[in-house]
Design a binder for this molecule. Structure first.
Ligand code: GUN
Length: 280
């Protein structure tokens, strides 16, 4: 049976470390706020936004909430971002995605000043990560690296297969594993013989967005399996991209859903905010 990689516990440790750091920074007179913008009232987005605000309160940084109506124009949103870019005390700007279809996400991401891009989505942040320079790294992949390191999983020299190639998870995930000296393959929906390829992985990271797609035929015995997916199944229960019940029998370690990667995303967002306050 696999060891369970406990994201709730590890994210809690990270938030406690950050809380101490925030308190030390306050003594040096360094403070700052995270601005969180939500356009419309998508229920999943509202949950994420609430969790982000709660995490700010826990570690001791201020959050400024902007809850804008669905019909907000792109121009109005860009205007607000420009205002927040200019505000000294705002050290991070986060626009919750997805945005309503009449707003161009790319334009919005580009409008956030890279020094305040705590999501790590700006092309400059992505470019800095690719060449290993300073900048914000997107939170979910950064969280996976922390999960592996803090669970004692060695990355260097290991074969890693990342299933999924999104800009937010798959691509940055592969680059971060490469930075940690893994040998990395990115697989996707057009990959041939996907189960066979995945079975070569020492570390299998799944971010396909398909409920319970990955069963034991994709997993080598003893592999470490990281499940980035989060879905609701027919019984309205949370599940991931991996068939947890069968894969845990052959993996050496595995993340559960919920309580695996999910809580790490917010912890890493907080880490980015603290880094921004530190540098500000
Ligand atoms: N929507 C889903 N995940 C994320 C995230 O990490 N950041 C933002 N801004 N929106 C999201």
């Amino acid at each position: 049976m696999a060891a369970i990689i406990d994201g709730k516990k590890i994210s809690g440790q990270i938030k406690d470390e950050l809380k101490e750091k925030v308190s030390a920074l306050k003594k040096e007179g360094k403070t700052g706020a995270l601005a969180v913008i939500q356009v419309g009232s998508d229920p999943a987005s509202s949950v994420y936004v609430r969790n982000k605000k709660n995490a700010c309160a826990y570690i001791g940084i201020e959050s400024l909430a902007y809850e804008l109506p669905e019909e907000t124009s792109e121009k109005e949103l860009l205007g607000l971002i420009e205002e927040l870019n200019e505000k000294e005390e705002v050290r991070g700007i986060l626009v919750q995605l997805p945005l309503p279809p009449h707003i161009d996400e790319g334009k919005v991401i580009l409008a956030i000043r890279p020094e305040k891009d705590v999501d790590g989505f700006h092309p400059q942040s992505v470019g800095s990560m690719v060449i290993g320079e300073k900048g914000f790294v997107s939170c979910t992949p950064a969280g996976v690296i922390q999960l592996l390191k803090r669970s004692g999983v060695e990355i260097e020299g290991k074969r890693c297969v990342v299933v999924g190639r999104s800009n937010i998870v798959g691509k940055p995930m592969a680059l971060l594993m490469l930075r940690e000296n893994a040998t990395v393959t990115i697989a996707h929906s057009r990959t041939k013989n996907l189960p066979e390829l995945c079975r070569q992985a020492d570390i299998l990271i799944v971010a396909v967005g398909k409920p319970q797609m990955i069963g034991t035929e994709y997993v080598r015995e003893g592999a470490v399996v990281i499940d980035v997916g989060i879905h609701r199944n027919a019984d309205n229960k949370l599940c991931g991209d991996v068939k947890f019940d069968e894969v845990e029998k052959i993996a050496s370690a595995i993340t559960p859903v919920p309580g695996g990667v999910g809580p790490m995303t917010i912890a890493m967002l907080m880490a980015n905010c603290v880094q921004s306050i530190e540098e500000g």
